[in-house]
Ligand binder design. Structure first.
Ligand code: ADP
Length: 467
């Protein structure tokens, strides 16, 4: 573009300058001609030579009388020359044409001289020289102005194109799904703002995509949990139901009158009905906890009272199995901030397990002691079967049992410890277990001593169930 502009300027300047120079030269020669016309021919010729001009004087007939550079005797009549014709008519005349002797363009200017005419001539090469010199100067000036302009424009163009290339590369990565791509920040101009906006868009996309992915995973996990739960519940219900159905049919088919077996069959039916009842109760508790419809009534309670209530309730079952059930007294004034019903259920589930999984002659100890200024730890220790180390991390999952058959035989639902975990967490505590296979287990859980400002409906984290 700059070169085209330069060429246009060159053509225009050449034309204007040439016209201007010619007009100036014509005016100049006319003035000089007028001056020389005042002198006699000899002096005029001398002056013209001194000024480097060719002078020709013609008479009224157009015949050359004087010429500063040629012999007039050998020169033809100039009557038909346009400038001479004008001068003979009393006006100034000018004409440009090649000289018959030199072959180059000459400017002829003629003025009236007496009855004839006086003509001055100069080669036009002077004009061309001046025009060329002006063109050269213009070109140099343009060069001085344009070169830095071209360098600066080139620098900025390259910079812009490099930044655009980076933006294109970045968008291509985004289009291919690489949301981690990042554009280097590049100033506060339009491209810089575009880069920042694109970066923000990518980060938003990445965040949204991540959220969607984790939500999807969460949904899949919940779906799995739901399916597992339904399968587990159906499975747990099927066994006692099948048993009730089978023994009822046997009784109806005649065993009702079989005095040796009818009472046994009926007690099996009762046992299974009780198991169904326990299962339903535990399912309702778990659902309430997970749906956050379980209502807690937090208050400060005396720890020893809470413990002895549970020991009293559990004592007959322990005595039946000849298990020593004892309570380790906490300090008299020790209190805990909790829901008494929930703590009772937690302790009963733990004590029930301890008695269930401890063989005859064993012992179970329950107690509580402060472990920090604001925390209390309850524990239930037994000398029972213990739990294998690989099962320990799973015992708090729903329906997880170390020995399925034994758990069922002992009337377990597989939900006791899951309920314990939820109830403890809902009250701001943590539950843990330590166990040595063949030596016994220690279940403990913490609770706050003071009000933590817990909501009465506490959100419970869903966890996968194990069949
Ligand atoms: P269950 O109704 O089967 O007792 P829980 O959720 O209460 O279900 O316990 C899960 C499993 O943890 C039990 O099946 C049992 O294998 C193991 N377990 C719980 N408590 C004890 C304990 N005190 N001693 C040994 N094993 C235990």
């Amino acid at each position: 573009m700059l070169l085209v502009a330069l060429a246009a300027v060159d053509i225009l300047i050449s034309r204007i300058a040439e016209v201007n120079y010619r007009e100036t030269l014509i005016r100049d020669l006319s003035a000089k001609g007028d001056m020389l016309a005042l002198c006699p021919p000899g002096q005029a010729t001398e002056l013209a030579r001194a000024a480097d001009l060719r002078l020709t004087i013609v008479d009224a007939a157009g015949q050359v009388r004087v010429d500063s550079e040629a012999d007039p005797f050998h020169m033809e009549s100039h009557r038909d020359r346009p400038e001479i014709l004008e001068a003979l008519s009393g006006r100034h005349g000018a004409s440009i044409r090649p000289s018959p002797t030199l072959g180059i363009d000459f400017l002829y200017v003629a003025v009236p001289y007496g009855k004839g005419a006086l003509r001055l001539a100069v080669p036009l090469s002077d004009v061309s020289r001046q025009v060329n010199s002006l063109r050269l100067q213009t070109f140099q000036a343009a060069l001085i102005a344009f070169v830095p302009a071209i360098v600066v424009a080139g620098f900025f163009a390259r910079r812009v194109s490099r930044r655009l290339a980076r933006i294109i590369e970045f968008s291509t990565k985004l289009a291919k799904g690489d949301l981690t791509a990042k554009l280097p920040s590049s100033g506060g101009d339009e491209l810089g703002i575009l880069a920042t906006t694109l970066n923000e868009t990518a980060r938003n996309l990445e965040r949204t995509f991540g959220q969607l992915q984790s939500e999807r995973k969460e949904m899949e996990k919940l779906d799995r949990v739901r399916k597992d739960f339904v399968i587990n519940v159906s499975h747990e219900l099927r066994t006692p139901l099948a048993s009730i159905q089978g023994y009822t049919e046997t009784l109806l088919d005649g065993a009702l009158h079989d005095v040796d077996n009818n009472v046994r069959f009926l007690s099996i039916i009762r046992q299974n009905a009780e198991r169904l009842g326990r299962l339903l109760e535990d399912l309702i508790t778990i659902s309430r906890l997970e749906l956050r419809t379980q209502h807690f009534q937090f208050a400060a309670y005396c720890v020893n009272d809470l413990l002895s209530e549970c020991v009293d309730t559990m004592m007959p079952m322990a005595e039946k199995k000849q298990i020593t059930l004892s309570q380790e007294l906490a300090g008299e004034e020790v209190e805990v901030f909790c829901d008494a019903e929930a703590v009772h259920q937690i302790l009963m589930n733990l004590l029930d397990n301890a008695v269930k999984y401890t063989p005859e002659g064993g012992s179970v100890v329950v107690g509580a002691s402060p472990i920090a200024k604001d925390r209390l730890e309850f524990h239930v220790r037994d000398t029972g079967t213990g739990i294998p180390p690989e099962d320990l991390p799973h015992v708090f999952e729903r329906f997880y049992r170390v020995d399925k058959a034994r758990s069922r035989e002992l009337g377990g639902t597989g939900l006791g410890l899951a309920i314990v975990k939820h109830l403890v967490r809902a009250q701001g505590g943590e539950v843990r277990v330590e166990s040595r296979l063949g030596h016994g287990s220690l279940f403990s859980f913490t609770l706050p001593i003071h009000d933590l400002g817990l909501s009465e409906h506490v959100k419970i984290q869903e966890e996968p169930t194990v069949s």
